[in-house]
Design a protein around this ligand. Structure first.
Ligand code: G6Q
Length: 551
């Protein structure tokens, strides 16, 4: 049995052990039987918040499970940690930082203090700066160097400075202003910037260089290539750069050194983690294409979820329920992965976004105090939009040997009501959750094959292949429509789910030291690739690869 994920104590250990015993009992039951035994199961295990419905009834849970999970949360002082996060305590202990993405969308504007200073005036100032700037670009008042209006926004950033705004801008495509297109360049592979630059004109393109540090190798390489392309394809006057380049950063000296006017720098703060930054000026490309009013709706939706998370009882608290279910599967059912399956083409980047949000936050091997854990932490997050995934990897979820808890996400109304597309999409989404839950028994398969006219030998041969064990858990999240507000709610829901898990695991969800080593070594190898001498400083594989590449 794993030890408990907190250094305090006995009560926690008792909760953990109780859950372990309960899981062992529950494993003998099939989800199908839990549904047969309780006609009210959907009503009891579903929850509405705003325009979002969470159905979590297709999980291996009973009232007792939820009670035990809530006990665990209580023993881990989840309530206290939520308060600490919202009130600006430096809960990111390894970087000695507060964690205040919630302040960025604090639409009630109540003071949020960091070191005795209210951060809200600063947040409101940058929002006003964004508002003014977006208005000028969208009204065509902001001109390119030849006097033309801006038609293309190219965001250059990576990781947290790319995935959030890229996902949100893609999700909110129906809200884009006509004649204004957003592009996102992140990869240092020159293909990314080259392919994007081929689509735009230097006269009408605005580059947003999004980098908290303004030192990230990939972003600065892409930014310098964009700058050079601009100079090569315009009249070559470096003073014109300020018409076409703005920055979102915390590093004003580096921004100025790049040639960007300091008035065109949008600030954010060290208490905004990269992967939690889309609510800050990192959301600028989104605000540019959808407009500031819609951007504020996104913030408002997230804010409502923040209040729900902070105030609702754990028994009806969506992020708490999702987080505790995450613990349930990871630690008591040994599920090493979790699928995100949006049944909405506009949400096609959500799995990649949540992959970073979750895996960079909870992919940790030591506790907040630096002690190695001996229980599992963050799972592998992956997914694709439906129905595409059904024709690809769903086979493994239905009939493979790996348990894959999954979240299905479905907007009820589509922005693209063409013939029966949305009905087909919706039917598939719901059907998959049913198929995963109930499966198909051998008797059902045999009857089907018999009805199809097969003989006993054929039936015996085929039946095992056609049986679906079922008993596969899933959550379904439905929302009325994918609006900026509902999207804000959805993203904040997942952010807080991740936080809940990190508290139970006693890990710091807000640092990311695991990305450093590769960066350091790449710096060394970059120099070696440039040198005329053969490389001998590493192991034989690394030397061999460097030398092979040089040849
Ligand atoms: C996220 C990480 C990381 C970061 C990128 C970009 O939480 O910190 O993904 O966002 O490395 O960093 P910069 O914004 O500093 O370029």
């Amino acid at each position: 049995m794993p030890t408990t994920p907190q250094s305090n104590p006995e009560k926690l250990e008792t909760s953990w052990r109780a859950l372990q015993e309960h899981a062992n009992q529950l494993k003998s039951q099939h989800l199908r039987d839990l549904f047969s035994a309780d006609a009210e199961r959907f009503q009891r295990f579903s929850l509405e918040f705003g325009e979002v419905l969470l159905d979590y009834s297709k999980n291996f849970i009973t009232d007792e499970t939820l009670k035990l999970l809530r006990d665990l949360a209580q023993q881990a002082d989840l309530k206290g940690w939520i308060e600490r996060m919202f009130s600006g305590d430096r809960i990111n202990n390894t970087e000695n930082r507060a964690v205040l993405h919630t302040a960025l969308r604090n639409r009630s504007n109540t003071p949020v203090m960091v070191d005795g200073e209210n951060v809200m005036p600063g947040i409101n100032r940058v929002l006003a700066q964004m508002d003014d700037f977006c208005g000028r670009v969208r009204r065509g008042e902001w001109k390119g160097y030849t006097g033309k209006t801006i038609t293309d926004i190219v965001n250059i950033g990576i990781g947290g400075s790319d995935l959030g705004p890229h996902m949100v801008a893609t999700a909110l495509r129906p809200y884009w202003k006509d004649g204004l297109t957003a592009h996102f360049v992140s990869n240092v592979d020159g293909t990314d910037i080259n392919e994007t630059l081929a689509k735009v004109s230097p006269e009408t393109t605005l580059f947003v260089i999004a980098s908290k540090t303004f030192t990230t190798r990939e972003t600065m390489t892409n930014a310098h290539s964009a700058r050079q392309w601009f100079l090569d394809n315009s009249d070559g006057d470096p003073l014109k750069i300020r018409h076409h380049f703005v920055a979102v950063s915390t590093n004003s000296s580096a921004v100025q050194a790049f040639g960007i006017d300091s008035h065109n720098m949008f600030e954010f703060w060290d208490w905004v983690g990269g992967r939690y930054s889309l609510w800050s000026a990192i959301g600028l490309p989104v605000a540019l294409v959808v407009g500031m009013e819609n951007f504020k709706q996104l913030l408002a939706g997230a804010h409502e979820m923040d209040r729900h998370f902070a105030e609702a009882d754990f028994s009806e608290n969506m992020p708490v329920i999702l987080g505790l279910l995450g613990i349930w599967y990871r630690n008591f059912f040994n599920a090493g992965n979790h699928a995100i399956l949006p049944y909405d083409h506009s949400l096609r980047l959500l799995p990649a976004y949540l992959q970073q949000a979750d895996m960079e936050s909870n992919g940790k091997r030591v506790t907040r105090d630096g002690v190695p854990v001996d229980y599992d932490t963050g799972p592998v997050i992956w997914g694709q939009p439906g129905t595409n995934g059904q024709h690809a990897f769903f086979q493994l979820i239905h009939q493979g040997t790996e348990l894959v808890p999954a979240d299905f996400i479905l907007p009820i109304r589509t922005h693209h009501p063409i013939s029966e597309h949305h009905e087909i999409l919706s039917a598939n989404c719901i059907a998959q959750t049913e198929a995963l839950m109930r499966g198909k028994t051998e008797d059902e398969v045999r009857k089907e094959l018999l009805d199809a006219g097969m003989d006993e030998d054929q039936i015996t041969m085929l039946a095992p292949h056609k049986v679906f064990p079922g008993n596969k858990p899933s959550n379904t999240l439905m929302m009325r429509q994918l609006t900026p507000y509902n999207l804000g709610t959805l993203i904040a829901l997942y952010e807080h789910k991740i936080f809940v898990e990190s508290i139970i695991w006693n890990i710091n969800a807000f640092d990311q030291w695991g990305v450093e080593l590769g960066k350091q070594l790449a710096g060394v190898i970059e120099k070696e690739l440039d040198s005329a001498k053969p490389c001998t400083s590493h192991d034989s594989s690394t030397n061999g690869l460097v030398n092979y590449l040089k040849k």
